[in-house]
Design a protein around this ligand. Structure first.
Ligand SMILES: [Ca+2]
Ligand SMILES: [Ca+2]
Length: 279
């Protein structure tokens, strides 16, 4: 997720977007470093243009308010509980046949879709009042990293990126200016902070919401199940419910304070719903 620091000073530890804050401007750049082999590091920087948001000043306008089509929960083992769903690998939560069929219809890579769909089920059991849907999570995943494929990489079957994704250094050069929070432990740099992984989570947010959802015992921002559940938990923390237009707006606004961001996520979420015959 593009996690951004909340600029009004409220809960900065859970802010989700590294979007810049230059008022009224419109440039977001995402950089990805490529790590190859033992001891060898080749940094490949790729640029993505996005809009920057005015932070907490209203300069970015008000978030869009329409609620995207809410895709129903995918089929899953209904004996799962709030407790048990936390103990099984996220990729096993939703029936494989549904994932395969839905991946074909929507064009979402199956491994990413399994994480979004499993995340929606997991949150339905662990945070039932939230109601975050798989198509909203998929919309975010597409906007953030094109499901991990923005730079030509892929999410592997084990859920890890084929090449780790890192966002642009958040040093105020067309971005937010966020001092180093993690001493490089999460984002690989003790000089600055940057967003990490397919859902683009910044260190402060990861510190608050890191989770192990694939069952390997290690919360890892470059692993799609861990990343998606952390993002979903953050959305649900930020909004009382994602089932109303205002609630959905609040969740997306906390994630990224930019009208076009919510618009982009909504459009993609609706596209995925339409691909499933939902209106
Ligand atoms: Ca850092
Ligand atoms: Ca993990």
């Amino acid at each position: 997720m593009t996690l951004s620091i909340v600029c009004d000073g409220v809960s900065p530890q859970v802010a989700v977007s590294p979007r810049g804050q230059n008022r009224g401007v419109a440039t977001r750049i995402v950089r990805r470093n490529r790590t190859i082999a033992v001891g060898a590091l080749v940094a490949l920087v790729i640029i993505l243009i996005v809009s920057l948001v005015s932070c907490g000043s209203g300069g970015g306008g008000q978030p869009a308010s329409d609620l995207p089509v809410a895709a129903p929960l995918p089929p899953y083992d209904t004996t799962l509980t709030d407790a048990s769903v936390r103990t099984i690998p996220l990729v096993t939560v939703v029936e494989e046949a549904w994932v395969a069929d839905t991946a074909e219809k929507t064009g979402i890579p199956a491994r990413a879709l399994a994480a979004y769909a499993g995340g929606a089920v997991r949150l339905a059991l662990t945070w039932p009042e939230c109601g975050v849907t798989w198509n909203t999570l998929a919309g975010i995943g597409w906007v953030e990293s094109h499901h991990g494929e923005l730079f030509g990489d892929v999410i592997k079957e084990d859920g890890f990126m084929s090449v780790p994704i890192f966002g642009l250094p958040l040093v105020g050069d067309g971005t937010m200016n966020i001092p180093d929070f993690d001493d490089g432990n999460f984002d690989g740099s003790a000089d600055f902070d940057r967003a990490v992984g397919p859902m683009q989570i910044i260190p402060q947010t990861w510190a608050a919401w890191n989770v192990d959802a694939n069952g390997d015992g290690d919360p890892n921002g470059q692993q799609v199940d861990d990343s998606v559940v952390a993002a979903a938990n953050y959305l649900c923390y930020s909004s009382a419910t994602m089932t109303t237009a205002d609630g959905w707006k609040q969740g997306l606004w906390s994630y990224n304070q930019l009208d076009s961001y919510a618009d982009d996520v909504r459009a993609k979420a609706n596209e995925y719903a339409a691909a499933m015959g939902l209106r």
